[in-house]
Design a binder for this molecule. Structure first.
Ligand SMILES: [Zn+2]
Length: 428
């Protein structure tokens, strides 16, 4: 019998409309009690005075690179980066080698995670075999093996008929289809957002419409099929409007935004610095404002990082040659507080909701709540303490972050998974 009592924190759990000073008791891996003056006799205690105590944070968009690209990240190193960022559960995208398009690969990931990960890892299965966009993968057997959603993230499904059929199967299995929205014909050859900045830098652009077209197409197909549909890393102001349209029609459509898309613009791209190269690309100020508004008004349901590790030798090539993507697990909460909480747009509870209750709902996890009997996952954070991000100390195997050296106000203090403290400020 292991017992942990977190004492005197500001307990913020949007799933229970709770925001008050209280204790949280976790026993044998599950939430046992939330209330005042819980008896801690014989228990390990954690003094959370002056800190926020929330359900464990969930990131539904992470690339762990294992199997196949273990020099970039492993399930273990990625899970440690997640814990350092305050995340207790992460969903990993299927673009590994081999692609997670079968129960065999799913089972391998689940087993590796069980042995080596310090946080919960939930795989996302591919939509099509090899993510080649043609033949559907076997969703039912992958679901039995542990996937929580399907996506060909990074290799968007261009054939609308394939997406339609995938949605029909996903609906029957009550799983969401997650799309990386990019019309590859429109984005072909592009390295950053198409606009004044790309023209000035002489780089080929990716138009906003390459995202908008696919969001619109998929939403029409979601209406046709009745499927649960989730837009990954939304970045275009027009795409945000299209998602709002879908929600107003009552469709089962959700979306996520990454911190870099609501903090950085194309104008912030340091010329030819590959740590500013990602997909979708950093867009313009009005897009940042639209994404921020979407996070405030509920059009965008969740914050997800799209943590995409690439080792230095691959990322440090010419801008046109280097791969897309940045790491993001450790800076997500700090950036959310900076953009949404400190300017007074939302309260702490709304921030917590974007990291817990909403992502849990999107992929149907029983995490994201401090309800009695739920998994004993807790994120303890301080919305105000000042710190500076040093990517050199990251547990990730990669260093591709544009936020190295950035000063933050607020961030994680401790990460607790099934009643075990897996990371504590000062550990790394
Ligand atoms: Zn993507």
């Amino acid at each position: 019998m292991s017992k942990l009592v977190i004492k005197n924190g500001r307990v913020v759990d949007p799933s229970a409309n709770l925001d008050q000073i209280a204790d949280v008791a976790i026993e044998d891996g599950l939430i046992r009690q939330v209330g005042a003056n819980i008896d801690a006799t014989g228990a390990e205690t954690f003094d959370a005075s002056g800190l926020c105590v929330a359900p464990g944070f969930i990131d539904i968009h992470v690339h762990l690179r294992e199997p196949g690209f273990e020099h970039s990240e492993t399930i273990e190193s990625g899970s440690r980066a997640a814990a350092t960022g305050g995340f207790t559960s992460i969903c990993c995208m299927p673009n590994t080698e081999p692609v997670n398009d079968s129960a065999t690969v799913t089972s391998y990931i689940v087993e590796r995670a069980r042995r080596h990960a310090v946080v919960n890892v939930y795989p996302i299965g591919a939509i099509t075999k090899g993510s080649a966009g043609e033949e559907l993968a076997s969703f039912a057997s992958m679901k039995q093996a542990g996937i929580v959603a399907i996506s060909d993230d990074g290799r968007p499904v261009m054939n609308a008929r394939v997406v339609r059929h995938a949605m029909e199967f996903a609906r029957a299995l009550d799983m969401p289809l997650i799309e990386h929205c990019e019309d590859l014909h429109l984005s072909a050859g592009g390295n950053m957002h198409e606009g004044l900045v790309s023209t000035r830098l002489g780089l080929r652009g990716i138009p906003r419409s390459s995202e908008d077209v696919m969001v619109a197409r998929d939403i029409l197909l979601a209406e046709l099929t009745g499927a649960r549909y989730h837009v990954a890393h939304i970045s275009s102001r027009i795409a945000v409007e299209i998602v709002a349209f879908a929600k107003a029609r009552g469709l089962a459509v959700t979306s996520e935004a990454t911190p870099h898309h609501f903090v950085l613009a194309d104008a912030d791209v340091l010329p030819y610095d590959s740590n500013y190269k990602m997909k979708p690309p950093l867009r313009e100020r009005p897009d940042i404002e639209a994404v921020t508004r979407g996070l405030i008004n509920g059009t965008i349901d969740a914050i997800a990082t799209d943590h995409a590790p690439h080792p230095g030798d691959e990322k440090m090539q010419e801008f046109e040659r280097c791969p897309f993507g940045i790491i993001g697990l450790e800076t997500a909460l700090g950036l959310a507080l900076e953009q949404l909480y400190h300017p007074g747009h939302v309260g702490v509870s709304h921030i917590v909701k974007l990291f817990t209750q909403n992502p849990a709902r999107i992929v149907s996890l029983d995490h994201g709540t401090l309800r009695v009997g739920a998994p004993g996952d807790v994120t303890i954070f301080n919305p105000d303490h000042e710190w500076t991000y040093d990517v050199g100390k990251s547990p990730s195997k990669s260093r591709n972050s544009p936020f190295h050296g950035r000063k933050f106000k607020g961030g994680p203090v401790a990460t607790i998974v099934a009643g075990q403290v897996v990371w504590r400020l000062g550990d790394s």
